[in-house]
Design a protein around this ligand. Structure first.
Ligand SMILES: [Mn+2]
Length: 449
């Protein structure tokens, strides 16, 4: 007998992957743990009979010779499967996308990779003949799992394969009204109370240029879907990452959420004995070994010392800076821009920056004799600057909000470099220096007439 199972506190990606497993392996039976997430529970209470699913209590363990595990790679996260561990001749297939933690389940056959949802892996690998028979109901569950794990395809872990899977599921009749209903369940009173406590308790700090929220809250009992509430709190607080610590007496649970690559939640909480994805994760810590307050300090210092992957604007900016003194003629400014292929120049009085002149300012030169006028007559004096430790994301925000193309990078009054919109674009889209050069040429200064 072949069973397909997944982790406790089953979410929609896990449920979808179990169902997909029963399609991928004809004859296999899906085993759903007793504890499932609230929205999965609501879904199953009305739809369970439509699928070939049983509970662990119904499994005849003696008869099992093949086990497929989906959406986790840890034995302890499975429900009542310990007795299969180490069984002779048991063939194990593993389908998972939790890459930051390597658990203790190793498959004879493994489909493990960095992808937004496990269900997307199934969709990609599913043979045509099974895909053809995919029902609208199956497509709907799969789409809910896919959207839940990828934040509707917006989490940074989302891959083109996830988007292709979404397209396929929509083609097979996935119902977005049903999906929306289960993706946005209304909040209960306990969750609302937790949310207000979080909002009051959250303190914001900036670490390596990223805004991070922290809160520590004592709870008498568990709140269902607390992680959802934490995500909402992060959004409302407007922080890039958040860590919530919930003291339940004997132990505390830590929930983390991040929207920036530089803060890898799975990695950080992995250090505290938990795990997850770059964007989401959790950990449980016994209070007798570490107090909630100590956990908070530990996370802070992990964030502080996690500088390896930390990209600052200093590594993107152009330097040394080509600059001009305030008395430079506009004609010379234009010639420098042409020759150097730059679209903006800081105007420097000695070591001090007093203005900036950009390509579009040259359009304000109307009369021929104005080309002999000094740059100080045309430059912008009200300059926005940034510091070398700013993150590319922060600089992008400034450039977008103030609609500027050039930002001098300044430390202790000294101009270290200059960052342009083109530099940022190049970095965000991983453009090669060659394609950037073409970009610059495209925007080259029109020649003097
Ligand atoms: Mn998943």
């Amino acid at each position: 007998m072949h069973i397909v199972t997944t982790h406790k506190n089953t979410d929609f990606d896990a449920l979808a992957s179990v169902i997909a497993g029963t399609l991928f392996y004809p004859g296999a039976v899906g085993v759903i743990p007793s504890s499932v997430n609230r929205n999965v529970d609501q879904f199953l209470s009305t739809h369970k009979s439509a699928f070939n699913l049983i509970g662990p209590e119904d499994v005849d363990f003696e008869a099992i010779n093949r086990l497929t595990v989906v959406d986790t790679n840890h034995w302890y996260r499975l429900d009542r499967m310990e007795k299969l561990r180490g069984r002779d001749g048991l063939h194990i297939d593993l389908w998972d996308h939790h890459m930051t933690t390597r658990g203790d389940i190793s498959g004879d056959l493994e489909y493990r990779e960095q992808i937004g949802a496990t269900i997307s892996l199934f969709m990609r690998e599913m043979p045509q003949e099974h895909l053809r028979n995919l029902s609208p109901l199956e497509s709907t569950v799969f789409l809910i799992g896919l959207y839940e794990d990828t934040g509707h395809l917006t989490f940074p872990t989302t891959t083109p394969d996830d988007a292709r899977a979404a397209a396929l599921l929509l083609e097979h009749g996935a119902d977005l009204n049903v999906a929306r209903f289960f993706l946005n369940p209304p909040y209960e009173k306990g969750q609302k109370d937790a949310f207000f406590k979080m909002m009051q308790a959250t303190r914001r700090i900036t670490i390596h240029g990223h805004s991070v929220g922290f809160h520590r809250i004592s709870m008498r009992s568990k709140v269902p879907e607390l992680a959802e509430v934490v995500s909402l709190c992060r959004q409302v607080m407007g922080v890039e990452a958040i860590f919530g610590i919930y003291d339940l007496g004997n132990y505390h649970t830590i929930i983390g959420r991040s929207t920036v690559e530089a803060i890898d939640i799975g990695k950080i909480l992995g250090e505290l004995g938990g795990g997850g994805h770059p964007g989401a994760g959790s950990a449980s810590v016994k209070n007798e070994s570490t107090t909630p307050k100590e956990s908070e300090k530990n996370i802070e210092s992990l964030l502080l010392h996690n500088t390896a992957s930390q990209i600052t604007i200093a590594s993107i900016m152009s330097s040394p800076v080509i600059s001009v003194p305030p008395d430079t003629t506009m004609e010379k400014v234009k010639r420098i821009m042409d020759k150097q292929g730059v679209r903006g120049l800081p105007v420097m009085e000695g070591k001090r920056i007093c203005g900036i002149i950009v390509l579009s300012d040259l359009k304000r030169v109307k009369k021929t004799k104005q080309w002999q006028a000094p740059v100080k007559a045309f430059m912008t004096r009200d300059i926005t600057t940034t510091t070398p430790d700013a993150s590319p994301m922060q600089v992008a925000r400034i450039i977008i909000d103030r609609e500027i193309g050039y930002l001098p990078v300044i430390e202790k009054g000294e101009v270290l470099g200059i960052v342009s919109r083109t530099d940022l674009l190049g970095w965000f889209y991983h453009m090669q220096p060659e394609s950037l050069a073409t970009e610059l040429k495209k925007n080259a200064v029109p020649s003097l007439t």
